[in-house]
Design a protein around this ligand. Sequence first.
Ligand SMILES: [Zn+2]
Length: 613
Amino acid sequence: MLDVSRHFFTPAEVKALLAKLAQYKFNKFHWHLTDDQGWRVEIKSRPELTSKGGFRDPALHNHDIMAAKRAADENDPTSLLPQDRLVSRDGKTLYGGYYTQDEIRDIVAYAASLGMDVIPEIDMPGHSLRIIESYPELSCSGRAVWGKDFSVPLCPGNDATIRFAKDVYKEIFGLFPYGYVHIGADEVEKSHWAACPKCQARKAEYGLADEHDLQDWFVKELENFCNENGKTVIGWDEIASKPEFSKDAVVQWWRPWAPATKENAVKNGNGIILCPNEFYYMDLAQNRNTLMKVYCHEPVDEILYGHEDQVLGVHGNLWTEYVTSFESVCDKLFPRMFAVSETAWSEPEKKDAADFNRRVIAHLEKLDECGWNYRIPDPDGFCDLNVFTDSAVVSVTVPFDGVVVRYTSDGSIPGPDSDVMDGPMTIKEDCILKIRPFTSSGIGGQTYTARWSVSDYAEPAFGCDSGAAYPEGCAAGLMTWRFDGKFPDCMALSSAAPDAEFVSETVVLPAEPSSDFGLMFKGYVRIPEDGIWSFYTYTDDGSVMTISGRTAVENDGLHSRDEKSGQVALRKGWHPVEIRYFDHGGGFMEAGFILPDGTRRPFTKEDLCYSEM
Ligand SMILES: [Zn+2]
């Protein structure tokens, strides 16, 4: 799914993208053509939808303002609005664009030549601000404004709204030959309906109990019209909010926090398309672990076991509130869409993460050679916090030769003219480097901030030469304290009283953690030889690791799954280790060593012990 409402992409860009995705066995294109931020499909009976609704003032548009700020803050020209989408009108510069019906037909025919069906989405009754701006009489209050949670929707009590919807869909049916249309039906602000005489009259007319029933009535009205015209409807999983609903509609399940809609769809016998937000929303931020998170997700879960025949497919969504350029689209989609495709087409037991990673690199190299953008895999060879005793020799490694690593030492974000790090670099003084890889087309990837500081070796608490598995008086595992409650960060655990005390075999979450809690692990970690040792934590939410009283990893704060890394200079032996962690509502935790080749190795039972005294 490509959202062309929040930002517009040209017919040539859409066709290029479809051709690329077809190579990766995507065979449906869900085209999100309308939303509060722009109407992108020509409707001949309602020309103002595009003449007015296709354009906006970027200086007044929050998404555009934030994208421009990011372009400046992160030295990222791919966050700028492309010049060819700016037009001058009445002395103002407007942003936008739309597809003529001829352009739509051309793209649909091109998609067909690639073996790809196109599913248009015209989202109603919510996400309709651009309709209401041009046709204010179609909303309850006549005003195109935002409500408490979402934008004010169309007025389903008004017969003109129903006529409007049918007129629009009639033209859509003529443009898109595929048997499915997407009617949206998500995120509807219903508060205005409660105060609208027309909406209340509609409820009385059909004996509808509340505004949810009114929404269902509107959706059913649209669905009937689509069915009469030979189309099956797809809707976001809000259409499955009640156990009983249309058996013919296809449910697009996107909300991991609303499993009931998936259960309703299963029991009701509907077709289901899976795009769980946390995994298949391509607009979500990326980090070192995102690709594997997408790859390892298996969307057919216990709710769907035995009902696999109802699963029509999986689906990657790219919402473009903050995605302004085609380069940025590609940064979001590649390589994550490779992982979505492999999940779509592979039996779970045939998936192989290591082999996938190897193939991903080869395909990214191909994209690079063709001048396409992609998210550059994280360079290795440094941590977030690095130490050295006399000097450090830094060798940053990249996935393939096309990628160029540039750096600065003055705090600025590296640009295409910054110094190249093209071999081992010796560091002799404390410093902070900004390190950024660039594609061979010169597009900058993520910027990494790495600190180097001079350090001496920490001495161990116990030797490890005795031949015993653990020092005398110690046993396998880490002492662990659980703190129930909502903590703002790891440091807040210092002043809390523990609710439970137990021994953990290694650094893992308890089997049945409560939803808001903190953990503190204490014990010793075995360091097999003198050296600069690298560690990581990969957690949701925050974590902090200290070794021999020194900060090894600083990964604190509220965040989704994210990794931070750091180094400590350690003499051979057993060193005191403390790991703090806290979570708000659904956590994840992994911690361990980073090996010289960049491999992350979680702590094992052999690495850890605690004092029984
Ligand atoms: Zn109304």
